[in-house]
Design a protein around this ligand. Sequence first.
Ligand SMILES: *Cc1c(COP(=O)(O)O)cnc(C)c1O
Length: 362
Amino acid sequence: MRNVFNFSAGPAMLPEAVLVKAQEEMLNWQGTGMSIMEIGHRTELFQSMVNKIEENLRELMGIPENYQVLFLAGGATAQFAMVPLNLLTEIKKADYIDTGIWSQKAIKEASRYGEVNVVANAKKVDGHWLIPDENEWQLSEKADYFHYTPNETIGGLAFNYVPKKPTAPLVADMTSMILSEPINVRDFGVIYAGAQKNLGQAGITVVIIRKDLIKEPIFLTPTLYQYKIEAESSSLYNTPPTYSWYILGLVLEWMKNEGGLDGIYQKNCRNAARLYDLIDHSNPFYSCDVLPRFRSKMNVVFSLPNENLLSLFLKQSYEVGLTFLKGHKLLGGARASIYNAMPEEGITKLIAFMQEFAAQYG
Ligand SMILES: *Cc1c(COP(=O)(O)O)cnc(C)c1O
C-alpha cells in the first residue's frame, strides 16, 4: 500500500489498483508481448478495448442509445471552443452562468464565436459564496444552449441540483465531478469532462452528446473540432491518446469493482461530510466561506488564520504524506481535492493531521 495521499486538484490521485494493473501489463498487454502504447489504434485489439470502455461507461452512467460518446483530445479547454463552434445556429446566442473561474474561461472562449448572455453570477452574501436561485436568472428568450459548471474546482462551489428553468439544451462541464454522483444523462444535451480528475490520466476528454445535436457547424471549423466528424469516425479520425484511453478503461473497471457509481457516491459523501464537519468545528481555526448548501464534495476549499500558518500547514502536511493541499494561486488558502480515488483512510489521516495542527497552533 502506498502511504501518500495526494490531494491535488489535477492531475490527481489514481486508484492504487489501477497503477498496479498498468504496471503488470506494461510490457505485455493481454498476452500480446507488446505494450498497449505500441498497439495501432486501427487494430482489432485496440478496437475491442475501446468498445469495452464505451460499454462500461454507458453502463456506469446509464447513457441512453440516443447519445453519442466521444473520446477526444485537447482537454476540457478544447470543449470551451467545440461547444459553441458546433452548437451555435443562426441564433448565435448562448446562455452561461458564471459560478467561478472555469465558467469564466468557458464564457470567454464562447464569446469569440457568438453572443454570450451571462444569466447570473455566483456572489458572496454575508461572507458566504452562493449560486443565485434559478428564479433570478436572466435567461435569453432564445438561446442555442445553456452552459454551466456543476462543480467549480477552484472555488469549491457546486450546484446541488440540475437546472430546470432553461429550455435550451443543457451543456455541463463535469470535469471535476463526472462519475462522482448519480445523474440522469437525459437531462443534458452535452456533458464533457477532461480525464485527469475523476477518470484517469490527462490527455483524453469524454464528451457525451445527444445525437440530434450533432450537426454541421455554421462556422469554418477545424476538422478535429467537429463533433460530426469525430462521431462518424468513432473518435478515431486521427491517432488518439491511446495510453490515456487505456488508463480510463482501467479506472472504469476499478469503479465497477468498487460497487459502481452508488458505492463511490456513498464514499464521496462520507469523505466530504467528515472534512467539512472538522472545518466547521475547529473553533474557527479552519474556515470555509462557501454556503453549506453549495459546498463541493470534490474540492474542499478552506483557509487558515494567516499566511504563516498556511505555509507551515502546507509544509508539514507534505512531509507526512498528505500532498498538494495548496489552494489555487488565484484564491490562495488551502484545498483538499477528494475525487473518486481518495480512500477513506486518506480523509482519516488528513483529519488527524488537521486536528493536531490546530491544537498546536490554534
Ligand atoms: C480542470 C478543469 C478544466 C480544464 O481542463 P483541461 O484539461 O486543463 O483543459 C475545465 N473545467 C473544469 C471544471 C476543470 O476542473
